[in-house]
Design a protein around this ligand. Structure first.
Ligand SMILES: CC(C)(COP(=O)(O)OP(=O)(O)OC[C@H]1O[C@@H](n2cnc3c(N)ncnc32)[C@H](O)[C@@H]1OP(=O)(O)O)[C@@H](O)C(=O)NCCC(=O)NCCS
Length: 194
């Protein structure tokens, strides 16, 4: 991948009311291991984790995060800096200014508005700083909380891939979702994002 597509997560911290996005630190490891070892959460992020990852795989993954390749951030408590989860953008096409969004929180952090605030910060970074034109993602149709979060952020459903994944013991549809820069600007005007 070209150098500019792997630019490391910058030191600058994006802060909202309750959470900030910052580079990873050594003491984030237990939080990362927590969600990677959770059989309910990890497969929602990547089907590679349908089989629980070994400690060696978790350490490799954490090392990559610490190396700072791409725009991957720890989501942290704005007051204490404590790890609450992680979110990132992967540049999929530099010429089309298109990136893919990903996010995951340990289970005990879900349902508290952290995902919404973190994604809103990340989208602002993507559209304002990286000058993205489009942010896309794929999500399991049955992952209601994630789908609701993305809709709340302004993402539109663009397709449905039937029986696309194997999740929690059955075939599962996958939704393709996308958000254009113009739509994000519009949602800001309506006060729908942080
Ligand atoms: C998906 C995820 C990032 C959402 O973050 P979150 O902090 O839990 O979500 P929020 O609390 O910000 O809620 C956002 C919206 O989701 C909806 N929501 C929250 N809890 C929900 C639930 N249990 N069921 C359905 N919808 C729910 C609500 O519409 C909520 O908006 P509201 O607070 O205005 O009502 C987080 O739950 C997570 O990491 N899940 C596991 C990994 C994962 O699924 N990652 C995404 C893979 S594509």
């Amino acid at each position: 991948m070209a150098r500019e597509e792997r630019e490391p997560a910058r030191e600058s911290v994006m802060a909202g009311g309750r959470v900030c996005l910052r580079p990873f630190r050594e003491d984030d490891f237990p939080g990362v291991a927590e969600w990677m070892q959770d059989p309910e959460i990890a497969p929602l992020v990547a089907t590679a984790y349908l089989t629980p990852p070994t400690m060696e795989m978790i350490e490799d993954c954490f090392e990559n995060l610490m190396d700072g390749g791409g725009w991957n951030f720890a989501i942290a408590d704005v007051q204490t800096g404590e790890y609450l989860g992680q979110a990132g953008l992967t540049m999929a096409d530099r010429h089309a200014r298109r990136a893919e969004l990903s996010i995951v929180l340990p289970r005990r952090r879900t349902g508290q508005g952290i995902g919404y605030e973190a994604c809103a910060l990340l989208l602002r970074y993507g559209f304002r700083e990286l000058k993205l034109h489009r942010v896309g993602l794929r999500v399991a149709a049955e992952n209601e909380r994630a789908v609701a979060l993305y809709r709340k952020l302004g993402f539109r459903q663009e397709g449905r891939l039937r029986d696309h994944s194997w999740l929690h013991g059955h075939f599962s549809d996958t939704l393709e979702m996308g958000l254009l820069e113009s739509e994000w600007q519009e949602s800001l005007g309506k006060g729908e994002s942080v």
